[in-house]
Write a protein that binds this ligand. Structure first.
Ligand SMILES: C[S@@+](CC[C@H](N)C(=O)[O-])C[C@H]1O[C@@H](n2cnc3c(N)ncnc32)[C@H](O)[C@@H]1O
Length: 271
């Protein structure tokens, strides 16, 4: 398959449709992390901003409200359709940020969880570096390792026994939510792409995943690594996997909703 083709198909198929359908819910879940990333980005009125993997547009809308001129870029048609329906005044483009030619230079390249899906991350970040003005800046937020993100990994661990067996060792840097979990790897990619003043800061938040245990199980069947596995299961196996997810999440049900820890890297750099 050609570069990024697998992810382009993934985000145009069930994943993109699910994210578009659950947009309100996902934006509410990610709101504390979004706020931290937007504060760190120090968006200035008049800034030309590229929002990479903008998805359903939440951060594009937020930065536009701060006075920036935003171009949201994403490969996912269903997510961009959702973004356009939310605010038609923002410019969106369906394109692969790793290879697209940029018609203008940007003061800020920003991303909320949209830069971990490149087949060739080094080449993609060289392209993003080329998108910046000479004094432009980069700010993105990405996930730390699964062990530091029980809000996503708890269900993932529970369904592990139901994964198809494979002789291949998993590649922790393969495109996916945890591809940038290793901060030293991220720093190397940015250095090689020509970025300077690279800072990688840890940020932790407790996320409210759901109001009830049943809602939390349902949510994990729709979004994230566990959802990919559960979607492939049928009959008894599916019922057993769902029961395993429920058992794993039960300890977090304390009557006031299910709150689970998360940890991200806030990554900033200059052109
Ligand atoms: C986890 S979602 C995050 C979406 C959005 N930034 C948010 O926080 O709600 C990852 C996004 O990256 C997009 N994406 C993946 N690979 C991409 C690429 N090569 N170029 C542009 N967007 C890409 C996906 O389509 C998806 O919208």
């Amino acid at each position: 398959m050609s570069s990024n083709q697998e992810q382009i198909e993934y985000w145009n198929d069930r994943a993109g449709e699910t994210w578009a359908e659950l947009q309100d819910r996902l934006d509410a879940l990610l709101a504390p992390l979004s706020a931290a990333a937007l504060a760190a980005a120090e968006v200035r009125p008049g800034d030309q901003v590229l929002d990479v993997g903008c998805g359903c547009g939440d951060t594009s809308i937020a930065m536009s409200a701060m006075g920036a001129k935003v171009l949201g870029v994403d490969v996912s048609a269903p997510m961009l359709a959702r973004a356009r329906s939310r605010d038609a005044s923002i410019e969106y483009q369906q394109a692969d940020a790793a290879t697209m030619d940029f018609a203008r230079a940007f003061d800020l390249v920003f991303s909320r969880f949209g830069v971990m899906f490149f087949d060739d991350a080094a080449a993609a970040f060289q392209n993003l570096h080329n998108a910046l003005t000479s004094d432009g800046r980069l700010l993105f937020v990405c996930w730390q390792p699964p062990a530091r993100n029980p809000w996503m990994a708890t269900a993932g661990r529970a369904i592990a026994p139901y994964l198809p067996s494979s002789d291949e060792a998993p590649n922790s840097r393969a495109p996916g939510p945890f591809a940038f979990a290793d901060a030293r790897y991220v720093e190397q990619i940015l250095q090689d792409a020509g970025f300077s003043r690279i800072r990688i800061k840890s940020h932790e938040e407790s996320l409210k995943v759901a109001d009830t245990l049943a809602e939390a199980v349902q949510f994990q069947t729709r979004v994230g690594p566990a959802a990919r596995v559960i979607a492939e299961l049928e009959g008894d196996k599916r019922a057993q996997a769902l029961a395993a997810v429920e058992d794993a999440l039960r300890p977090f049900d304390r009557g006031s909703g299910l709150h689970l820890d998360s940890a991200v890297w806030l990554v900033s750099a200059e052109a």
